[in-house]
Design a protein around this ligand. Structure first.
Ligand code: PLP
Length: 737
């Protein structure tokens, strides 16, 4: 819906800028800027301190900068030149017609785009409506869809307080802090109707009408629509429906999923978008299939069972959870209180309706499963790595009693990462020189990545070392601030200024502190760990980051143990934990470490993506053979890894204690016998040529596979396009073939 006559926020901002800077407003309202190599200086150089304070929010910085400073920039020819060149790139990008998808799958039309539903989107740290892997993946999905020209829109929720912010108290215990997002000072546009009032849709939730308003975020050529119930005309309780991401109880959860799934379909209709495909990224959005059916029933007067096949043609599903307990289920009671008014609209009885979410038909106590609903109502389903595909087929055989396990209709498309977002600009610049100025648009080309061999070792090494220094500086800054906030002693605060050393082998470990991820595995044998970290000739250092879910006491205890290690007198300079892990800290970490450590209990990591980000920056993975690393890890003739290390080899037991011991000992052995010696084998100038050979192998073997351009290409050719073409009759089997 156009804002007939009324000004958009971008136009408003443009009005306030001196004329040579006006186009900054367009950049501020499109996150495209965040994956350009220019991202470091563009907004930050306006006022570095204010940039930090506003959380790297381009709209807030432009709104708050003094007119005097703006006119200073407007008269600075260097700044203007940079801005002009960036604006030219932006205009070219936005206008591009001969995109990848226009050649490969022209049947996916802009008039009937793909609608991609997800409970969280991690686009940039200034839009904190994500918690972790799922959200970052969704953000990267939108960015690559934009780059490849895939007609796609995102649908999600705009959380007033997002996920919690993490603070650790003096006892090392995690405390959760909730901050309001200042929506009106963010790169968001509240959509308006022809009367200039917010465009809304209505939902019936708990016997009340809830009005939902819609915000748009521009992600390159892709629009992301975020739904928000925080309106004055809603009941105070309903205003908080979109208050927190993954907060609250089952009631909040089901209500949020109604807003996302049913509200999402209604919102698209209100905006004038008729999607050809609904992509449910994880089960949270599965109610959308019901609303698609409802609209078809209303249009045609047909029965649910008559439109069911048509609905299935337009819906596809990606599952992300390798454990049964991780899948959302709702009790029949809860379903009654949220859907009693709804199933009659589908022409279904209560039993028929509840059967849609029951793994086994005819069991009245069977809870309503969102994954079950999604599998029933979607024509294609996939896991997010080869191993996860297998695990998912096994887990869901119960729904397909007539099929053998290998014919369960769940395929896989392995996750990737958006290369331009996660590659450090300093390395991107090197790739531009050696792989070609267009390297970012050819990320899926293995022949291009082979040219990494032509980069002189010294050149790759100094850039990597500087990025490591950048990580260390960031760590010191964050740790200093945290210690000040906790009111620690002056000595402790001062000590943070000399934390870590750029010449020391640096390991990174950042992820959710869920017990299955075993965040403190490397410290399991204290004596052996102390010898490794505290070695005076060849020391090792490690940087941790990550949040524990507010209800996860065991996860919080892991963080607390790590905080104790940070204070251990023998190695306090070698162990650091950065609070409040977010996309920004994530970038510093994956761009600056030598080794990325990942040691989950197999097979609980569906894919994992942080290790993939590391590869684009020359970091090397040391990981359990789980998720994507099963596909990424490559061995040479001697059976040893050529592009990284595998923890625990092939020994698997169901006894967790035993498995933890096996895996930690394997990790120590790798560090002592392979990783540390390889790193410290340096020439007279301190350049470790053997190590750099492995860095290059890590880049060459992984980069062409584990990027979201390859992933989107797989989704387009295997999942989206078959449903958009007139001729083919897509079947679930197509995806697993
Ligand atoms: C990449 C990323 C994740 C996901 O990493 P995993 O390897 O899947 O655990 C989570 N949080 C942030 C901030 C990230 O950048």
């Amino acid at each position: 819906m156009a804002n007939n006559g009324a000004m958009t926020p971008a136009q408003n901002l443009r009005e306030k800028l001196p004329f040579p800077l006006k186009r900054l407003a367009d950049l501020a309202y499109n996150y495209w800027w965040s994956w350009t190599d220019n991202r470091i200086t563009l907004f930050k150089s306006i006022d570095p301190q204010a940039w930090e304070q506003c959380g790297h929010n381009p709209v807030a910085i432009l709104e708050s900068t003094s007119y005097e400073r703006l006119t200073q920039l407007a008269t600075d020819p260097l700044y203007l030149k940079q801005l002009q060149s960036l604006v030219a790139d932006f205009d070219t990008y936005m206008a591009q017609q001969d995109t990848w998808v226009s050649k490969v799958a022209p049947q996916i039309s802009k008039d009937a785009p793909i609608a991609y539903f997800c409970a969280e989107f991690g686009i940039h740290e200034s839009l904190p409506v994500y918690s972790g892997g799922l959200g970052i993946l969704a953000g990267d999905h939108l960015k690559s869809a934009s780059d490849l020209g895939v007609p796609l829109v995102g649908v999600g929720l705009l959380y007033r307080q997002g996920y919690f912010r993490q603070r650790l108290n003096r006892g090392g215990w995690q405390e959760e802090v909730y901050l309001d997002n200042p929506f009106h000072q963010m790169p968001l546009e509240l959509l308006k109707n022809q009367h200039g009032e917010p465009l809304t849709i209505e939902l019936e939730i708990r016997q009340r009408v809830v009005k939902v308003q819609i915000w748009r975020v521009n992600v390159g050529r892709v629009s992301l629509y975020l739904l928000d119930t925080d309106r004055h005309d809603n009941d105070p309780i309903d205003r908080w429906l979109t208050g927190h991401l993954y907060g609250g109880n089952q009631e909040t959860r089901i209500a949020q999923e109604v807003v996302l799934g049913i509200g999402g379909v209604r919102a698209l209709k209100a905006v004038g978008i008729a999607p050809s495909i609904h992509h449910l990224n994880e089960g949270h959005a599965a109610f959308c299939t019901l609303e698609v059916a409802k609209q078809k029933i209303e249009q045609t007067g047909k029965s649910f069972y008559d439109v069911e096949a048509e609905v299935r043609q337009t819906c596809v599903f990606t599952t992300h959870t390798p454990v049964p307990a991780g899948h959302d289920v709702f009790s029949p009671d809860l379903m009654d209180s949220y859907f009693a008014h709804y199933w009659s609209g589908l022409g279904l009885s209560r039993e028929q309706f509840l059967a849609l979410g029951a793994r086994r038909l005819g069991d009245p106590w069977e809870p309503f499963g969102m994954t079950v609903l999604a599998l029933r109502m979607c024509r294609a389903a996939n896991g997010v790595s080869q191993l996860h595909g297998e695990v998912s087929r096994k887990m869901w055989t119960v729904m397909y009693p007539e099929r053998p396990e290998n014919k369960v209709p769940i395929g896989y498309i392995t996750n990737g990462v958006h290369a331009p977002t996660w590659t450090a600009p300093l390395l991107s610049d090197l790739y531009a020189q050696y792989l070609g100025a267009d390297w970012k648009t050819r990320a899926i080309d293995p022949a291009m990545w082979e040219k990494v061999d032509q980069i002189p070792n010294e050149e790759l090494w100094w850039r990597h070392q500087v990025l490591k220094e950048r990580l260390i500086a960031h760590t010191r800054y964050k740790v200093t601030k945290a210690r000040e906030q906790r009111g620690e002693d002056g000595d402790r605060i001062h000590a943070a200024k000399t934390l870590l050393d750029p010449h020391v082998l640096t390991i990174g470990f950042a992820r959710r502190f869920s017990p299955y991820k075993r965040g403190d595995l490397i410290l399991r044998d204290a004596e052996r760990a102390l010898k490794i970290f505290g070695n005076s000739d060849r020391p090792v250092q490690i940087v941790f980051a990550g949040k524990a879910h507010p209800a996860d006491e065991e996860g919080k205890r892991i963080i607390q143990r790590l905080m104790e290690w940070c204070r251990h007198s023998a190695i306090q300079k070698r162990v650091a934990l950065i609070e409040d892990y977010d996309i920004y800290t994530g970038q510093k970490l994956v761009q600056g470490v030598d080794v990325w450590l990942n040691n989950p209990r197999r097979p609980l990591e569906a894919s994992g993506t942080s290790g993939q980000k590391v590869c684009f920056n020359g970091g090397i993975n040391c990981s359990v053979l789980d998720g994507w690393w099963c596909e990424g890890y490559k061995t040479g003739a001697d059976g040893k890894g050529i592009n990284g290390w595998a923890i625990g080899e092939d020994a698997h037991t169901s006894d967790q204690e035993v498995q933890d011991r096996i895996d930690s000992q394997s990790l120590y052995k790798l560090l002592e016998e392979e990783i540390v010696p390889l790193y410290y084998n340096q020439d007279a100038n301190g350049v470790p040529h053997g190590w750099i050979a492995m860095m290059k192998a890590s880049i060459k073997t992984n980069a062409p596979l584990f990027n979201t351009d390859r992933m989107i290409a797989d989704y387009v050719t295997q999942v989206y396009a078959p449903g958009c073409s007139q001729i083919s009759t897509p079947s679930l089997a197509q995806v697993i073939a």
